[in-house]
Design a protein around this ligand. Structure first.
Ligand code: ADP
Ligand code: MG
Length: 668
């Protein structure tokens, strides 16, 4: 049996991956990619590593159940039919004799260069407990694994690329965390509790509050990493004396700042992940805490499998949020990273079932397509924080000489600048440095507008012409990118709405008990309503104003509940049993739209009519809107600085869902 998909599909993906592999060759090319077109795809690469027999588990009396065929494929006995073997093909196969250097040089080293292009990369070690994941990632002092090797190379690369005289200044930071029993714990600062995982507007996953240590040498790295590794939760199981009880994630960020205009900055993230192993508790002999840990490990790996399946089937909803592990990996699987999965397997017969399931997972993962892009933006306070000499600000002498007469002439048209010395030219620039970049962008576009209308007045910004032109170009590029993202957002929203409508239709077909609007229904005490429609707050107000409206609302009042019809004179009251709420998807969508309109068009005062929005938050929302443009969905509120994810959720509940959807509302 072949464990792959059709050869045609594979060829298509290989071509896409090859295109992606070549795409990172040069900076110019990447900048273009970042400027608007859809990033090229890069398939998740998968390598399988078979470890040798360990601890004197002799191979002769217990022959291996799996064997390599060539550098990419292997076969394993078929437990259903002993005459047959199952064959698998991957991007690379490393047999028992392969060394740590083979794995590193063959599968990991090639993706590191993407970090210097401002793209993300991740390496994940997957496999059953005891199959060699930690050995592959960490290794030992005699046989260092992927982590120390990658760090050594990366630091060397950044030293070379960021040296004086090169166009970019580079810095590297590291963070180290573990996901233990669905908690995100900072291994560099064990005093911090469970950390939250967030997503920024570009789809990057981040963990606010996670410790980041700057590192400039390998000694620096070791100084932080070694003690932190001892903080990692390990325990003994029957299969492994030091079994990792958590998923360990080392995050290395490479930050680049351009030394000359247009002063871009880029950030590349490298995730090096040693996953906890999937466990069959009958074999591990787990009890008590070990069993509980194992449950959390298996659950998150199960969600990982579901995420991979959803991505492969192109499902509209990928369940990243169902576990912390998958949420963290969101931009590595089906996201923006160049990813490699190293599936570790063991030769012993008692690992047979785990091995087959690891190989099947690996085979499914290699169908996942990522779309890595360059994380590039302008440096905040464009010209200020980088301590540059005036010579650097004016550009190298060669660049000055290379400037055509046209540009020199444009420069000479500026009345002030013409006679001013270089330092006088720069003084307005230095003032600009203290300006908010968004404000700067606005002034620039205003300046442009005035120019296009033939205004003869002094320019709004006394910025020297050359710098200003470069800035304008960057602003234009950004505008294009924003337009593109907005279009994409609209497409996605349309898809989600269509999907919701379809789901609700289906639900109606399957559950005839769901209530339609309660037009002619009367409520009696003897026969309480089982389900009621919860209206968005805004809608409730509107419905109340409309004479024909007849909507039932479930209200919570102490230990009693009132069911009232808006056009009924007196609400009926009754001791409560257990009621269930049913929210009409149309109403929900309508309510959302109303709130979105209010967020986008309402004044600070209007916004205060929303639940949970006081004067301060209303101002924050208006400010955010001015800087970033309209909200494309209600959840964007979370991006407003000062509004936390929790607050956003409670805002949603209060304004849209009313009483929490689907929750039972029996007496507490
Ligand atoms: P896991 O992290 O998957 O639970 P480990 O990396 O802890 O497994 O490996 C279990 C044992 O096997 C360790 O003693 C480790 O040193 C050994 N081991 C794993 N892979 C190899 C290998 N390729 N060569 C030699 N020993 C290995
Ligand atoms: Mg381990």
């Amino acid at each position: 049996m072949s464990a792959g998909v059709s050869t045609q599909r594979r060829r298509r993906e290989m071509a896409a991956a090859a295109a992606a592999a070549t795409s990172g060759a040069g900076r110019c090319r990447l900048s273009k990619i970042g400027a608007g077109r859809r990033p090229p795809p890069a398939r998740v690469r998968v390598a399988v590593r078979l470890r040798p027999f360990v601890d004197g588990t002799a191979g002769a009396s217990d022959p291996p159940c799996v064997r390599g065929m060539d550098s990419c494929s292997l076969e394993i006995a078929n437990w259903r039919n002993h005459q047959e073997t199952l064959k698998y093909q991957f991007d690379a196969f490393y047999g028992e004799r392969s060394t740590q250097q083979d794995i590193y040089a063959g599968s990991v080293q090639p993706i590191l260069r993407h970090l210097l292009e401002g793209q993300n990369a991740s390496v994940l070690a997957y496999g059953p407990t005891g199959a060699g994941k930690t050995h592959t990632m960490l290794g030992s002092p005699e046989q260092p694994g992927v982590i120390p090797r990658a760090l050594m190379d990366l630091l060397q690369l950044t030293r070379e690329e960021g040296a004086e005289g090169r166009p970019w200044a580079l810095s590297v930071t590291m963070s180290y965390l573990e996901i233990y029993q669905e908690k995100v714990l900072d291994l560099l600062d064990s005093t911090l509790g469970d950390l939250v995982i967030r997503e920024d507007c570009r789809g990057n996953i981040l963990i606010p509050g996670l410790t980041q240590k700057p590192i400039t040498s390998f000694a620096d790295f070791e100084r932080h990493f070694l003690p932190a590794s001892r903080n990692r939760t390990v325990g003994a199981t029957r299969l492994n004396q030091r079994s990792s009880r958590s998923h360990a994630v080392l995050l290395v960020k490479v930050d680049q700042r351009e030394r000359l205009a247009p002063f871009r900055q880029r950030e590349g993230k490298l995730y090096l992940i040693d996953l906890a192993g999937s466990e069959d508790n009958r074999r591990t002999g787990n009890k008590g805490l070990r069993l509980k840990e194992s449950g959390a490990i298996n659950a998150s790996l199960f969600v990982l499998g579901k995420v991979v399946d959803a991505l492969n089937q192109g499902l509209p909803r990928v369940p990243y949020r169902d576990s912390k592990l998958t949420r963290l990996l969101q931009d590595s699987l089906g996201g923006s990273a160049h990813s490699i999965l190293i599936a570790n397997i063991a030769p012993e017969r008692h690992f047979y079932l785990d091995t087959v399931s690891a190989l099947n997972f690996a085979a499914r993962t290699k169908e996942v397509i990522n779309r890595p892009f360059t994380n590039e933006s302008l440096q905040p306070h464009v010209l200020g924080p980088v301590k540059l000499s005036q010579k650097e600000l004016l550009g190298p002498p060669e660049a000055k000489r290379a400037r055509g007469p046209e540009e020199e002439e444009i420069g000479s048209l500026e009345p002030m600048a013409a006679s001013a010395s270089a330092s006088q030219k720069l003084s307005p620039l230095q003032k600009l440095s203290s300006m908010d970049p968004a404000m700067l962008e606005r002034l620039l576009s205003l300046d442009r507008l005035l120019a296009s209308q033939g205004s003869q007045g002094a320019p709004l910004l006394s910025t020297p012409k050359r710098e200003r032109m470069v800035l304008m170009k960057t602003v234009e590029e950004k505008d294009l990118e924003i337009e593109r993202l907005k279009m994409k957002q609209k497409e996605l929203e349309a898809k989600v709405l269509a999907q919701k409508a379809e789901d609700s239709k289906e639900k109606e077909n399957h559950c005839p008990t769901i209530l339609r609007p309660l037009l002619h229904r009367t409520v009696t005490v003897a026969k309480p309503l089982k389900k009621a429609v919860v209206m968005p707050l805004q809608l409730i107000q509107e419905q109340a104003a409309s004479p024909n409206a007849e909507i039932h609302i479930l209200k919570n009042k102490g230990r009693k509940r009132k069911l009232e019809s808006l056009d009924a004179p007196e609400p009926e009251e009754k001791a409560e049993d257990c009621w269930e709420l049913q929210i009409s998807p149309e109403l929900l969508a309508h309510g959302r739209q109303k709130i979105l309109d209010l967020l986008n068009e309402g004044s600070a005062r209007d916004l205060r009519s929303l639940q949970r929005i006081g004067p301060k938050k209303a101002q924050l929302i208006v400010g955010w809107r001015e800087l970033h443009g309209p909200f494309s969905q209600v959840e964007d509120l979370e991006r407003v600085e000062g509004i936390t994810g929790k607050q956003m959720e409670s805002f949603l509940k209060a304004n849209i869902l009313g009483l929490a959807a689907g929750q039972r509302c029996g007496p507490s």
